[in-house]
Ligand binder design. Structure first.
Ligand code: ASP
Length: 612
């Protein structure tokens, strides 16, 4: 037997017991004739004491960092206890030891505050994984995985595996393709998601399916993405949107409780996509704080009937920047009216950064004494400023920030600025979790390059029942590209939903199309000829003719969910063997070239390569 206990297990109660431990050497400290070794395994660290009688053996086999040792000895209560570790009350009085394996000096120290940089730690990921910080993340990942499975199992979901070597499933990214030796000149695609399979499983009658599954998307890796990532992928039959929202709200709350011991009892907030865009400037708002956007340029009414708060407050005052802008958007930042010149200058620089791309920033200070002061006093008298402040919901003490420019860019910029101010003011608290459903997305997006419609979610998403006829009765052709917004298709809403957690999209799904005719119409709307639709998705269209039930589903970004629950920005920290920002595995040095023989077998000739 290699060990009787783990290195995290022994306590005062074990004093006197004869034990055998095995693990890695964390540190070696010599004090005169005695030597202390901290022995580490997955469960913790235990202090070993080597007395004088072992000096000769130690001299012959000196243990070094990361050596694998097996020791036999007696548990003794320490005189000098260490309250910082669970085993700190005891140590092992070693009677004999054996070096099971040696280690060369590791390239970085394996402890919480390591001296290893990112690249080095990725190259030696198997050593990095020995560190506590990384281990905790993987433990959390496993806890989330287990909780999700438990919940779904209790709800009668069945885990069914789907294949990886398939034909394209469009989710908006490029496919990774795999050549086939047995079918030369032909290629599989790796699934961007199991979307079509889970729908086929519904046709087969497995009315509650789930899988914790790898998905592969060849996309640009900015913004903390991985070319292969994991989803909690789910599908249900005989459901409407409301059923899905309730079921998966339940799952996330269950995970919160199981993993973080959080009772998320309140109802998850809901908001339409339109509301999210108008009030927060993006479709995954962080609602841990307010600071909602105000459109100063024109009045608007939301489709849910909320009246827009402003009229023509600013037009025609002679201030060209506002008068000529497509849009003027403002936020009221609480308690910042006393910002100094230096601080406002810095904010101006912040919005001018290329990532934000604005020309400038306008301020209105709503002083605590009720007076107003702005960088555009010349054009707007106090009366007007007051009206702006009131419309923006500002209170004395607030600083109103205003951006003007092209609609899309300005909306994006003010949304970023809002998040930045939220962060600076400590309003985005790490241990506060706020869930949100964003609903009623547009079904289509306009793709300027090809002058056609693309599916905003994916081509299997159904329109809202009331919009089905709009889709059927109208020709998808966009005759006037400039006026695509006037095309009836731009107003069609999808039966789709996203779950947002603290400003991150953690899940998304939809109620699906389940009738062949509507699915064909959808493919046609996306510019596919009937032949192309048959070639790519004939199997699905065929299946819809054999009694496909109404169905819908959702998929959660498992890596991202873990990262947020673990209080980290980076999903890489929660993946055992992640790829770097260029999609490379630096440990394996993959992707890599393959030899000529393999290429020959696959009947593939390379056109030329940039990689030696
Ligand atoms: N397959 C979708 C995705 O990966 C999720 C879904 O519609 O269920 O985003």
């Amino acid at each position: 037997m290699y060990r009787t206990h783990t290195c995290g297990e022994l306590r005062k109660d074990h004093a006197g017991a004869a034990v055998t431990l095995a693990g890695w050497v964390q540190t070696v400290r010599k004090f005169g004739s005695i030597t202390f070794v901290d022995l580490r395994d997955r469960y913790g660290i235990t202090q070993l004491l080597f007395g004088e009688e072992l000096n000769k053996e130690l001299a012959e086999n000196p243990p070094g960092r990361e050596f694998v040792l097996q020791v036999k000895g007696t548990v003794t209560e320490r005189t000098n206890k260490n309250p910082n570790i669970p085993t700190g009350d005891i140590e092992i009085n070693v009677t004999s030891f054996k070096t099971l394996n040696k280690s060369v000096t590791p390239p970085f120290t394996i402890q919480d505050d390591t001296d290893g940089g990112d690249d080095l730690r990725m190259k030696y990921r198997y050593l990095d994984l020995r560190r506590n910080a990384v281990k905790k993340n993987l433990e959390l990942r496993y806890a989330v995985n287990r909780a999700a499975r438990n919940y779904l199992h209790e709800q009668q979901f069945m885990d069914i595996e789907t294949p990886f070597l398939i034909k394209s499933t469009p989710e908006g990214a490029r496919d990774f393709v795999v050549p086939s030796r047995m079918n030369q000149g032909q290629f599989y695609a790796l699934p961007q998601s199991p979307q079509t399979f889970k729908q086929l499983l519904m046709v087969s009658g497995y009315d509650r399916y789930y899988q914790v599954v790898k998905c592969f998307r060849d996309e640009d890796l900015r913004a903390d993405r991985q070319p292969e990532f994991t989803q909690i992928d789910c599908e249900m039959s005989f459901v409407e949107q409301e059923d899905i929202l309730n079921m998966f709200e339940g799952m996330i709350k269950y995970i919160f409780k199981a993993v973080k011991n959080i009772d998320y009892t309140e109802k998850v907030e809901r908001m339409t996509w339109e509301q999210a865009m108008w009030q927060y400037g993006n479709d995954k708002p962080d609602i841990r704080f307010g600071m909602k956007l105000l459109n100063l340029k024109s009045a608007f009414i939301l489709s849910n009937g909320d009246a827009a708060p402003t009229g023509q407050l600013i037009n025609g005052a002679g201030f060209g920047v506002f008068d000529n802008a497509e849009t003027v958007l403002a936020i009221a930042v609480p308690g910042c009216s006393e910002y100094t010149r230096k601080q406002t200058d810095e904010l101006t620089e912040w919005v001018k950064r290329p990532q934000i791309g604005m020309q400038g920033l306008v301020f209105v200070k709503y002083n605590t004494d009720g007076t107003l002061k702005s960088s555009v006093d010349k054009f707007y008298n106090e009366e007007k400023l007051k009206a702006i402040a009131a419309a923006a919901g500002a209170k004395p003490g607030d600083l109103i920030l205003i951006l003007a420019g092209r609609e899309e860019r300005t909306r994006k910029a003010i949304s970023e600025l809002r998040l930045e101010m939220g962060r600076r003011l400590g309003l985005r608290k790490e241990n506060e979790f706020k869930l949100l459903w964003v609903l009623d997305f547009p079904l289509f997006e306009y793709a300027e390059e090809d002058n056609r419609w693309v599916a905003r979610h994916h081509p299997f998403t159904s329109p809202k029942p009331s919009d089905i006829s709009v889709m059927i009765d109208n020709n998808p052709l966009i005759e006037n590209a400039e006026k695509y917004l006037e095309h009836p298709y731009s107003n069609i809403k999808a039966n789709a939903y996203d779950m947002v957690l603290n400003g991150n999209e953690i899940g998304g799904g939809s109620i699906r199309i389940y009738q062949r005719e509507l699915q064909e119409k959808m493919f046609a709307a996306l510019g596919m000829s009937p032949e192309e639709a048959l070639h790519k998705f004939g199997f699905l269209l065929g299946a819809f003719e054999y009694g496909a039930p109404p169905h819908g589903g959702i998929a959660f970004g498992f890596d991202r969910l873990c990262a947020i629950l673990g209080g980290s920005e980076s999903i890489r920290d929660f993946i055992a063997f992640p790829k770097n920002n260029s999609g490379r595995d630096v440990m394996l040095d993959a992707p890599s070239t393959i030899d000529d023989k393999q290429l020959e077998e696959l009947s593939i000739a390379l056109k030329g390569t940039t990689h030696a």
